[in-house]
Write a protein that binds this ligand. Structure first.
Ligand code: DHE
Length: 582
């Protein structure tokens, strides 16, 4: 027993500093229940990038003597597991990100047995307990321990030549209509990600009917609208962008391109005078962003994000591009670089002589949104429990604010607090709190950029929070909470009486679906702010649905079910998305 506990304790030490040496006589007996409990993965720790497209992209393997031999099949399997489950934290090149570096210098010093037990038990510092949770078999754990003793394979780069080779214009601009050719209420369409089928569903907001299902990249992450609302952009995890023209007889992909191998963000120019002119997409691999023509997707410029971190000012070889938004105050894109912690204000007025203002914020930037005026952008540095605020008019960092454990706002929620004036809210992956941050430096200077109130929600594992300027409701989901009941319901607060606490709305149950975990994810309002739509997200081979709730009564209004609605997750209402209403 003593040795087993040592194994767990060593794993913890490894997670905080790699200070230990290898114990060759490692755990033959099982650690105590209590120790195992401490090592169990928390909801936030499962929510890390999974680079599941990369294993298929021919990366170079270095074969060396003196490390445990792996045949091609074993190596390919280990590589796949590594990119899907480990690279999100430890980096594609194993130089470390939120997790520790796993270069061969480190792993060979620790040795096979140490690595095997670390992967098995995880650590209280955040490493998942892959073995004891049953997520990996004993054979796979051993395979991974061996794989880590090999040099990491290097995935290829993807420069302008490669990007351009994937570019296709299906309908040239001069063959496109000059006014809408359909009777759709375009402003109230919803673009819905069908995650596991590689499609989006375009759904009419009033009739709730599917207008069209379009083939897209793999597991579209987000949809964004051009400033005019005519063009819908989707980005797959495989970095494929579809440019969908909503003015055609029926929504149609008019151009497509692949900007890298793994990506999560796309945006279009919104500054007055530059509407619909440019598009931008950021990738996780290679670490770069690409500026394109807004009507054709022709790639214009590829810019690397590799560089120094804001804190220790060390070189980071693979800083991923997380969220991107378009400034309303300058002809700029706001590009959030995860591992370096820099917010790049990329000015598109003169792309040949590109001006980039680099704002030092905080490492591990992820998702965020504007305040109600559209001037300030608030973005979560989730692994640092911080929200960074930038002023997009002055291009300056305003403040770094500690909120709770792993803030995850989506785009956040703006409303007027009865006591503190305008606030922006975020929920958290790592705890049950909801932080309300004052956003009005003019009329409420003492409250601005501080947490003015912390609410208690249902639990951790929250991803998205939502309200609407016409609503009195603040909705908070908890899809990653380990308790099925919490994962399949949402909490709703009355904005005028926040101290009263929340009401639980059992959205999963309301869907009528009886199988699966029924994760309820990402509320999205219709154009008028009278209904909120939630996805009931089940596994690919199970039934899923979209549940529409009447915002005033909080009662069920409709359930959208269709065989074609495979794993619906994100939903993007045209009007609200193009106007940054949230
Ligand atoms: Fe997301 C937004 C990254 C997992 C659904 N997600 C974002 C953004 C980033 C991101 C960078 C912000 C884009 C922007 O604003 O420009 N997401 C990641 C990951 O790295 C992560 C943790 C793991 C991964 O490998 O992708 C991840 N995300 C998920 C999911 O598992 C979700 C719940 C389901 C899915 O479809 O994959 C999911 N992410 C979403 C949604 C948004 C999003 C719905 C947009 C929310 C909004 O309202 O703006």
């Amino acid at each position: 027993m003593r040795r087993a506990l040592t194994a767990v304790a060593m794993a913890a030490a490894f997670a905080v500093g790699h200070a230990m040496v290898t114990d060759s006589a490692f755990a033959e007996t099982k650690p105590s229940k209590e120790a195992l409990e401490k090592h169990k993965t928390k909801p936030g720790e499962r929510y890390e990038p999974s680079l599941d497209v990369l294993p298929g992209e021919g990366s170079e393997r270095v074969v060396e003597e003196g490390v445990p031999a792996l045949d091609d099949k074993q190596f390919a399997r280990a590589k796949q597991i590594y990119f899907e489950r480990c690279a999100g934290c430890h980096g594609v090149l194993r130089k470390g990100a939120t997790g520790k570096a796993l270069t061969t210098k480190v792993t060979r010093e620790l040795g096979f047995e140490y690595l095997r037990d670390f992967v098995t038990y995880g650590s209280p510092a955040g490493m998942p307990n892959w073995g004891t949770s049953g997520d990996m078999t004993t054979d796979d754990v051993s395979l991974m321990a061996k794989y880590l003793l090999h040099e990491p394979p290097m995935p290829p780069e993807f420069g302008l030549k490669e990007v351009k080779a994937t570019w296709k214009v299906h309908v040239p601009v001069d063959k496109r209509p000059t006014k809408p050719q359909n009777k759709l209420d375009i402003d109230n369409l919803f673009s819905v990600t069908l995650r596991d089928s590689g499609e989006v569903a375009i759904i009419d907001g009033a009739s709730k009917k599917i207008v069209k299902i379009l083939k897209t990249g793999y597991a579209v992450h987000i949809s964004r609208l051009s400033a005019s609302g005519r063009y819908l952009f989707t980005i797959g995890r495989d970095a494929k962008i579809n440019l969908i023209d909503l003015w055609m007889k029926e929504p149609t992909t008019v151009a497509e391109i692949k900007v890298g191998m793994e990506a999560r963000s796309v945006e279009t120019s919104k500054m007055k005078g530059w509407e619909d002119k440019y598009a931008i997409a950021g990738s996780y691999w290679p670490p770069q962003y690409v500026i394109m023509d807004g009507a054709t997707l022709e790639p214009i410029k590829v810019v690397s994000t590799r560089g120094m971190t804001v804190d220790t000012q060390e070189f980071h070889p693979e800083p991923r591009v997380a969220s991107i938004v378009a400034s309303h105050y300058n002809p700029e894109f706001v590009v959030n670089v995860k591992e370096t912690g820099k917010i790049l204000m990329v000015n598109y007025a003169d792309i040949k002589n590109l001006k980039v203002t680099s704002i030092d914020a905080e490492r591990f930037l992820h998702d965020g949104g504007f305040d109600s005026t559209g001037r300030y952008f608030l973005v979560a540095a989730n692994a640092r429990d911080t929200v960074a605020v930038v002023d997009t008019k002055e291009d300056k960092l305003v403040k770094l604010i500690k909120t709770g454990v792993k803030p995850h706002p989506g785009r956040g929620a703006n409303f007027v607090h009865p006591k503190h004036g305008p606030v922006w809210a975020t929920s958290h992956l790592g705890d049950e709190t909801i932080a309300l941050i004052g956003t009005d430096p003019e009329k409420h200077p003492k409250k601005a950029w501080t947490v003015v109130q912390t609410l208690e929600g249902q639990g951790g594992g929250s991803l998205f929070i939502k309200t609407h300027p016409k609503s009195k409701n603040l909705w908070v989901d908890t899809p990653l909470n380990p308790e099925a009941e919490l994962a399949s319901s949402v909490a709703v607060f009355n904005i005028d009486d926040l101290d009263k606490g929340y009401e639980v709305i059992p959205v999963g149950e309301m869907s009528g679906i009886t199988e699966g975990v029924r994760r309820v994810v990402q509320g999205e309002y219709n154009k008028d702010g009278t209904e909120i739509w939630f996805s009931v997200w089940n596994a690919k081979d199970q039934e899923s649905a979209i549940v529409v709730i009447d915002d005033k009564t909080r009662k069920l209004k409709a359930v959208i079910k269709d065989k074609r609605l495979v794993t619906p997750t994100g939903k993007f209402n045209v009007y609200n998305t193009k106007n940054d209403v949230y």
